[in-house]
Design a protein around this ligand. Structure first.
Ligand code: AMP
Length: 380
């Protein structure tokens, strides 16, 4: 099988690596330069995008912010999975909110802002604790502003004054007092079959994912049903093919969808060591019509992102049940450089491993690691 992925970062790399044992050839589109590149070396290949599309059995994306002209060209080949509509929905919070409302999927209360003065309505209707998000091109906490009190509204309006809100509206969301964040990663095949990974618990810091634990502790059937129902409604709506991730806030016994990602997702990276068939391999299987692989977790897994640093000790490789995945990037603040997967039989095993791992890491870059280890140690 030949697959062409739009985007040439770590997700394309991991999709390729997962599909090598299946005999796949994978090329990637550098969407900034409109060139075809090797997903591992990132070297430009001597082939046009049109030729690569012709040769591919399936096309897909590693991220949703692919320029629309490229997506249209991909969609017109009839080989793009998931569809352009699903990708655009993940790329645009207004579309996303509209779909969630249409499908009656619980999500945070919000108002779409196309004029800065509507922020007054948002405070009146939603309360003074708000999170304001750019509807497009925001990720990992970029393009987000927080309002803690209505006294700060004038200065926030000033900060946002230069934005073109007709072109790119804002979403003003009620700040949800959530108990924790969860995500569901699942795959839907070409013929509609679905496999879910267990729910993951996600710990964020400054808008970025730092740690995922899967299966998430303290999950009951009612939570699983809510998550599966939201996923199924969305996947059916788009006749979705591939891996889809749905991020939730848990508030008491209720799940609210925060956002959806029409692609493999950082909170599913644990599946590389924690299951028979990783999210990357299942995505490649789904888009090429192969049977989906087993998504059950072997035991308990944790995924720890390496963000904005490269001064950890590679002696961490001496630890059992600890796998390092690096993306080959030069270091920059807030940049995802790689991740570490840990596996254990119990949460207590995992907690012990996390505590040992911390000794090899500059702890200031891993603010969630030890607190989570303490929490997990108390579960088993
Ligand atoms: P997002 O880019 O929408 O995933 O937001 C990044 C992170 O900001 C989330 O993972 C949450 O930790 C936090 N966040 C986003 N929206 C809200 C909200 N409505 N209420 C509380 N926290 C939020």
């Amino acid at each position: 099988m030949n697959v062409l992925i739009y985007g040439s970062g770590q997700l394309a790399q991991m999709m390729y690596l997962s599909a090598v044992p299946l005999g796949f050839k994978v090329q990637a589109v550098d969407v900034a330069n409109h060139t075809v590149v090797d997903p591992i070396s990132k070297m430009k290949l001597d082939i046009s995008i049109e030729q690569a599309i012709d040769r591919a059995d399936a096309l897909s994306v590693e991220f949703e912010h692919v320029p629309e002209d490229l997506l249209e060209q991909a969609q017109s080949s009839g080989k793009l999975y998931p569809s352009m509509e699903a990708i655009l929905t993940g790329a645009d919070r207004v579309r996303e909110k509209n779909v969630l409302e249409k499908l009656q999927i619980n999500n945070s209360k919000h108002l779409i802002i196309t004029d800065i003065e509507q922020l007054d309505d948002a405070v009146a209707q939603l309360g003074e604790k708000l999170i304001i998000k750019a509807s497009r091109d925001g990720y990992d906490g970029y393009g987000q502003w927080r309002l803690a009190s209505k006294d700060d509204l004038p200065s926030l309006k000033q900060q946002l004054a230069d934005l073109d809100l007709v072109q790119v509206p804002l979403i003003a969301e009620q700040m949800v007092p959530f108990d924790r964040e969860l995500s569901l990663v699942g795959a839907r095949g070409l013929h509609g079959e679905v496999k879910f990974y267990p729910l993951a618990e996600n710990l964020h810091h400054e808008g970025q994912l730092h740690v995922s634990v899967a299966p998430a502790p303290e999950i009951d059937n009612a939570l699983i049903e809510q998550a599966h129902s939201a996923f199924t409604k969305l996947a059916d709506e788009f006749d979705y093919v591939g891996v889809l991730a749905v991020e939730f806030f848990q508030v008491g016994k209720q799940l609210l969808v925060n956002e959806i990602a029409p692609r493999v997702h950082n909170s599913g990276h644990w599946s590389m060591q924690g299951t028979d068939c990783s999210q990357f391999e299942n995505h490649m299987r789904a888009i090429t019509g192969l049977p989906l692989g087993n998504t059950q977790a072997y035991g308990k897994s944790a995924m720890i992102n390496i963000i904005g640093c490269d001064d950890y000790s590679t002696d961490l490789l001496s630890l059992d049940h600890c796998n390092l995945h690096l993306y080959g990037k030069t270091v920059r603040a807030k940049r995802k450089m790689g991740h570490i997967n840990l596996t254990g039989n119990t949460y207590a095993d995992l907690a012990e491993l996390m505590t040992t791992l911390a000794k090899y890491l500059p702890v200031e870059h891993f603010p969630k690691l030890l607190g989570e280890a303490d929490k997990l140690a108390k579960i088993d």
